[in-house]
Design a protein. Structure first.
Lengths: 324, 395, 373
């Protein structure tokens, strides 16, 4: 099976969908001439022209708003917000407009748009160019929130997101763009709202998202050496969340760790933990632990950033605390 | 350092059997909160901690018989040194002033740390999760520990002939360990059954007069008098003239009691209790009815006290309310006899040569033939019937 | 009727030195007119009504629309204030009828509009029937949004080309730019018109939106209903520009000013903007000078405004103004007006009866509207 980088897998998804459906248009900062700050849109301007690959001014609110309007007008826009840190500038359009339009209009309006963004935690970009806060989005009913962790998942999920008739926020990981992974030839899509069990085990369940999936897999290898086996579950979509797969695993292992790059307070882990306690209390053999970033802005200094980030070692320590 | 000693729970109690420790060494305990269950002569009681602190030492394990007055545990602060010869401490007999209740209840908050799945598994097979040793972090009882405990239960001595063919194994829907009240009842009745020689005689009594008097009292005072109250008073009055039945046989000694204290069997969710109405023959039927109601309420709320449960000389049990006509109840050891009351219902009877409907109830007397013979027993029962059929004679 | 011969003088009097006409003159005089000047469309005299291919039918059509809006809004106001039958915020279009009637009147049926929370007027002008409009105000399942949107979103009616109405000031501008993009790609010559007030032109979304619209040269008509106040905040305080229309010049966008109380003036300006958009000549910012009869919301009396100002504008009532000119030019009679009024009154009452008799969506049906399944 051929291997692609995460960035190239995304590009293939965009390209395939643009070929398949003439309504798909891209818009964002630096996506055309510059070919994207992470080169995800390399070659697309050349192939599809400036009508379908639109460089925009620095106008996050207008980018998101124009995507909404284009969707209302019958197009299938894929807008890019360069860094998740810039997303709040467009938050009115995303959370107050797009997310609510279908409901507020009694089902009349549809906003089939994708908003791609990424978080660069780990690349020493500092506090304002590294943030990861999906909670802000999955707390807004009406949005779908997708986080791929591998090139294979990235391609399949982006295609599904583009075909979905709801507004989808597609969060990529800056650290993963250059990682490589197997991507099958030929057409395939991955449905939204489905977990992927990336490894199986019996002693502990580790739910991990985006970049942290690789950390969790590394932790699982080390834990196996000590006789502890883990289910590694990558939700891939956190809204809507595939809870049954997680519950099935927790009922088997009785122990749950949720690992993610957002800060602990109010993060993905908080929501998943609450749902699991509600639905599978009598299966828990130990408290639920979250491995997340500490509640502070991201420090610039490289070693401090490394210490800040969730990693395999922290996951292993959490596992030990659960098993004793 | 507080000493927890075996109290005298029954008048005749010489020693108590440790049934169950409700706290473990190292647990924090509060004053006047139960820490151990001890079985006396008749029933099992919770015994409270005399003070607040940490349960420093448990001196006797469950199953052991300990003389009244013997110290069985020490409660103190963590940093207090234990007395050198803690084992042989003897305290003067404590008064029965300790507040004890009959029905044990383990409250959630005092249980050792156990995970939710461990609790559930233990609950499903009827094991007390707090008795299992925890191997999880911080001594937490975890699933593995419960699984092991279940395995152990399964491998208890089976004592079946291994040479026979493979018998059909029946899946066990539920396993409940015999403990507490149930266990005490089982043991006591089993003992009684093996020592007494029970004989049953029955007699039917016409209840119209009782029903009329009940109705009349109700319309005058608004009070509901139970049928059981009438039977109890009738039995009490009848015992005045048949003292031999108001007795007990202990070894070679036949004790004829001076007081007539009728015990009334009451069914509670936790099992059967038979609280006592002292000097029943001196009380009026309405008074007896009220006492029965009060005892029933208190039984349901587990608020009976020692004096409620001791000193009975004869027992009345009424299953009429559940549709039973006739039954042979078990004598309440060490009493001589027990009177069972059946359902009051309309039956066709021959009255003055005619078939007529009459309100009847069947009285069943089970007596210990070692103490009385059939004729005196029958004469006693005859008297009870007479009194019921003419309740004016009751007062 | 004080339709002065000199609109410019009047505008200066009404709007102070921020009148666009005055500004236009200044820019011309200073010779710095690199961009298009603000083109002003003054009120149209009676004898000029039928110029510019303005037919009697169209004039009466615009009058009817204004009367529909006026009577509907008056009824809604009574439902709120006198009868206590309606609840929640509502922002009435009273006094601004000429803008909707004129601007929307210049669109084709398959052109699109994006409205705001002050959208009852736009909806009626675009042909949204009164029944679902009224039902939506009552939160009924037969409303334009099945009762899930309310007064501020009542204009959402894609069946008639009203594709959105937003309650966030200024947020419709970038969305309109996006709709314009879609229409541009469609290539059928359709245009989209969006409405907003003077306050909206201070928001980031407005500036981002019209900048992008100019960059992409999309077929959008941005109609600013300058009623001089954003709630109680005066435009001449908060708008740090010579005028709203002048702002467009900073974005290399065509801009116009019209008399927002004369539907004919608005119509003529809008027509020019629409034609330009249809011909691929990009967007226009059309500022309509108008005034609210009452305050910002239905409960706001608007008495932070000077009495003389209110009275002066009351004298410029758009419906009275058009009727007077139609009579003067012998294009219509009093009987014609009464006929319209009667029909409209009946329609309003019918819509009210319909709304009151309609049911509310059951609560457990709501979850299915969160996502498109």
């Amino acid at each position: 099976m051929p291997e692609l980088t995460y960035a190239d897998a995304l590009r293939e998804a965009l390209r395939e969908e643009m070929l398949r459906d003439p309504r798909v248009v891209l818009m964002g900062e630096e996506i055309g001439v510059f070919e994207g700050v992470y080169k995800v849109t390399r070659g697309l301007l050349k192939e599809f022209g400036p009508e379908r690959v639109r460089d925009t001014p620095i106008s996050e609110a207008a980018i998101a708003g124009a995507a909404i309007g284009a969707a209302l007008g019958g197009l299938k826009p894929v807008a890019e917000i360069m860094y998740m840190d810039f997303l709040p500038i467009a938050l009115d359009q995303i959370a107050t407009q797009a997310a609510k339009m279908h409901f507020m209009s009694g089902g009349k309006l549809k906003v089939p748009m994708v908003l791609r963004t990424q978080y660069s935690l780990g690349r020493v970009h500092g506090a304002q160019h590294s943030q990861f806060f999906p909670s802000v989005l999955f707390q807004v009913p009406g949005l779908k929130v997708v986080l791929p962790s591998t090139p294979h998942d990235a391609k399949g999920l982006l295609k599904s997101a583009i075909r979905d008739e709801n507004p989808v926020v597609f969060i990529e990981s800056g650290m993963l763009y250059r990682t490589k992974g197997p991507v099958p030839d030929g057409e395939y899509v991955i449905p939204l709202g489905q977990c992927d069990v990336k490894k199986t085990g019996n002693d502990i369940t580790i739910v991990a998202v985006s970049r942290v999936v690789t950390e969790a897999l590394a932790a699982a290898v080390k834990l196996e050496e000590q006789g502890i086996t883990a289910d590694i579950i990558d939700p891939r979509t956190i809204q809507p969340l595939d809870l049954p797969t997680i519950l099935e695993s927790v009922k088997k292992t009785g122990r749950l760790i949720i690992a993610s790059d957002d800060v602990k307070c109010g993060g993905i882990g908080s929501e998943i933990a609450a749902q699991v306690v509600e639905e599978a209390f009598d299966s828990l053999d130990a408290p639920i632990l979250r491995v997340a970033a500490p509640d502070m802005p991201i420090p610039f200094s490289p070693t401090l950033e490394q210490a800040y980030m969730p990693n395999a070692q922290k996951i292993i320590e959490a596992a030990k605390r659960l098993i004793g | 350092m507080y000493k927890v000693a075996v109290p005298r729970l029954d008048p005749g109690m010489q020693s108590g059997k440790i049934v169950e420790w409700l706290k473990r060494e190292g647990d924090h305990v509060e004053k006047d909160v139960p820490i151990v269950m001890i079985e006396g002569e008749k029933t099992t009681f919770e015994v409270n901690s005399p003070g607040a602190g940490v349960l420093r030492k448990v001196l006797f394990e469950p199953g052991m018989d300990v003389p009244v007055g013997q110290t069985i545990a020490l409660v103190g602060e963590l940093n207090e040194p234990l007395p050198v010869d803690a084992e042989s401490q003897q305290t003067p007999e404590p008064a029965m002033a300790q507040q004890t209740t009959v029905v044990p209840a383990i409250s959630r908050a005092q249980e050792p740390s156990a995970s939710p799945v461990a609790r559930r598994m233990a609950r499903e097979v009827g094991i007390d999760v707090s008795k299992i040793k925890g191997s999880g972090p911080g001594g937490r009882i975890v699933r593995e520990d419960v699984q092991k405990a279940i395995e152990q239960m399964k491998t208890q001595p089976a004592a079946v002939a291994v040479t026979t063919q493979e018998a059909r194994s029946v899946p066990v829907a539920k396993t409940i360990r015999l403990a507490g009240k149930r266990k005490a009842t089982a043991e006591r009745l089993s003992y009684g059954f093996h020592t007494t020689v029970p004989v049953t005689i029955t007699m039917d009594a016409r209840m119209e007069a009782v029903l009329d008097q009940r109705k009349d009292l109700h319309s005058r005072t608004g009070e509901e008098i139970s049928i059981t109250a009438y039977v109890v008073k009738a039995a009490a009055k009848a015992l005045e003239d048949h003292q031999m039945i108001n007795s007990s046989l202990e070894g070679d000694e036949l004790r004829v009691y001076g007081d007539i204290n009728i015990a009334v069997a009451i069914n509670t969710p936790d099992g059967l209790v038979a609280p006592v109405l002292p000097q029943t023959n001196t009380k009026s039927v309405p008074e007896i009815s009220r006492s029965i109601r009060d005892l029933t309420e208190r039984s349901m709320q587990n608020k009976l006290v020692v004096s409620d449960l001791t000193g009975g000389t004869f027992t009345v049990t009424n299953l009429g309310g559940y549709g039973v006509e006739l039954f042979a109840p078990v004598i309440n050891p060490p009493q001589c006899a027990i009177l069972g009351v059946g359902r009051t219902s309309e039956r066709p009877m021959i009255i003055e040569g005619q078939v007529r409907a009459a309100s009847m109830t069947t009285l069943s007397l089970v007596f210990d033939h070692r103490i009385v013979d059939g004729v005196p027993a029958a004469q006693f029962l005859q008297r009870v019937k007479e009194l019921l059929e003419d309740p004016k004679k009751l007062d | 009727m004080p339709y002065g011969a000199d609109f410019k003088q009047q505008a200066i009097h009404m709007h102070g030195t921020h009148s666009p006409a005055a500004v236009g003159e200044q820019i011309m005089a200073s010779g710095t007119a690199r961009f298009e000047t603000v083109k002003s469309f003054g009120p149209v005299e009676a004898n000029e009504l039928t110029k510019h291919a303005m037919s009697r039918e169209r004039l009466l059509q615009m009058l009817r629309k204004m009367i529909e809006i006026r009577r509907f809004e008056e009824r809604v106001e009574r439902l709120f204030l006198q009868e206590g039958a309606l609840i929640g915020p509502s922002h009435l279009y009273l006094g601004e009828e000429a803008v909707a009637a004129g601007a929307v009147g210049a669109l084709d049926d398959d052109d699109l509009i994006i409205s705001t929370y002050r959208g009852h007027g736009h909806a009626i002008a675009k042909g949204v029937p009164m029944k679902p409009l009224m039902a939506e105000l009552f939160g009924k399942s037969t409303g334009t949004c099945k009762g899930l949107g309310g007064s501020m979103h009542v204009a959402i009616y894609p069946e008639k080309g009203s594709v959105y109405a937003t309650a966030i000031v200024g947020s419709g501008v970038p969305i309109a730019t996006g709709v314009g993009l879609a229409l541009q790609r469609e290539g059928k010559g359709r245009v989209v018109m969006t409405f907003f007030g003077d306050g909206a032109t201070n928001t980031g979304a407005f500036h981002e939106g019209i900048n992008l619209a100019s960059v992409w040269k999309v077929p959008v008509i941005f109609v600013c209903e300058n009623n001089m106040y954003a709630m109680s905040t005066r435009a001449d305080y908060a708008v740090a520009a010579e005028s709203v229309a002048a702002r467009a010049q900073a974005y290399k966008m065509r801009s116009m000013v019209a008399d927002g109380n004369d539907p004919v003036s608005v119509y003529l300006a809008a027509k020019e903007a629409i034609d330009a958009a249809r011909n691929g000549q990009g967007a226009t910012l059309l500022e309509c000078m108008t005034y609210k009869l009452h305050g910002h919301g239905v409960y706001d009396k608007g008495d932070y405004r000077p009495k003389e100002e209110i009275e002066a504008w009351l004298k410029r009532d758009p419906i009275d103004g058009l009727e007077a000119r139609l009579l003067k030019a012998n294009l219509a009679s009093q009987a014609d007006f009464e006929k319209i009024e009667k029909k409209v009154a009946a329609e309003v009452e019918e819509s009210l009866a319909f709304a009151k008799a309609s049911p509310v969506l059951p609560f457990d049906e709501l979850a299915k509207y969160v996502y498109v399944r």
